[in-house]
Design a binder for this molecule. Structure first.
Ligand code: PGA
Length: 249
């Protein structure tokens, strides 16, 4: 009932030529039955968007400004992202939180800005290794989720996606076990269900953190895992296409 979705987060990698090559290879590989989104760096969005024209693969951005317009040097608004063909926007990625000081309140405002412009936010939540070792994973993920619920309200989650990304699994080659992923995914869906069971049942919760073609099947087989947010492996067309194929099975 929930169509799986795989989003590729290219992060700050590649050149214009490499972005073009990667997207052309992805188109050639075919999207399969899962929904597929690719999130290139801002500056390559128009170019990649043009190449995707008429293809089922959709365009997403890695970040957004919480404000709609004005004197915000260096920022990019949700309206601008919609204008160049984006349908999805990642908000609250752990690298934004850790390296650029984004707190729960700012992430919630970004989430709301994305929705104001008819785009789909992919809200990232997840604990650090220290937090997991302290046994506070559930508390951290709940806090991150509640901050957004408090600002945007439960109804907003009918048009949103959540990605559980344990920080210790991102770019480390260390993946959560299927059991660890399922436990937190069920917690996320449960929190949403406390407020609205219908929205919870249709909410897609993606897993992210060192997903590869070789471990995707095990992770995606969990009942509450509805696809993946893929970093490193999204930069290799064949690997990413294989992950998308697994999600679509
Ligand atoms: P990774 O990144 O797949 O390279 O671990 C995931 C992410 O940061 O979204």
């Amino acid at each position: 009932m929930r169509r799986p979705l795989v989003a590729g987060n290219w992060k700050m990698h590649g050149s214009r030529a490499e972005a073009g090559r990667l997207v052309d290879e992805l188109i050639a590989a075919g999207a399969g039955t899962a929904e597929v989104v690719i999130c290139p760096p801002f500056v390559y969005l128009p170019d990649v968007g043009r190449r995707l024209h008429g293809n089922a693969i959709m365009l997403g951005a890695q970040d957004v400004c919480a404000e709609d317009i004005g004197a915000h040097t260096g920022e990019v608004s949700a309206a601008m992202l919609a204008d160049v063909g984006c349908r999805f926007v990642i908000v609250g990625h752990s690298e934004r939180r850790a390296l650029y000081g984004e707190d729960d309140a700012l992430v919630a405002r970004k989430f709301a800005a994305v929705l104001r412009h008819g785009l789909v936010p992919i809200l990232c939540v997840g604990e650090t290794l220290q937090e997991r070792e302290q046994g506070i994973t559930n508390g951290v993920v709940t806090r991150q989720l509640e901050a957004v619920l408090g600002v945007a309200g439960i109804a907003a989650f009918a048009a949103a996606i959540v990605a559980y990304e344990p920080v210790w699994a991102i770019g480390t080659g260390r993946t959560a076990t299927a059991g660890q992923a399922q436990e937190v995914h069920a917690l996320i869906r449960g929190r949403i269900a406390e407020k609205d069971a219908t929205i919870a049942a249709s909410l897609r919760v993606l897993y992210g953190g060192s997903v590869k073609a070789s471990n995707a099947a095990e992770l995606f087989a969990n009942p509450d895992v509805d696809g993946g947010l893929i970093g490193g492996a999204s930069l290799k067309a064949d690997e990413f296409a294989r992950i998308c194929a697994v999600a679509g099975k």
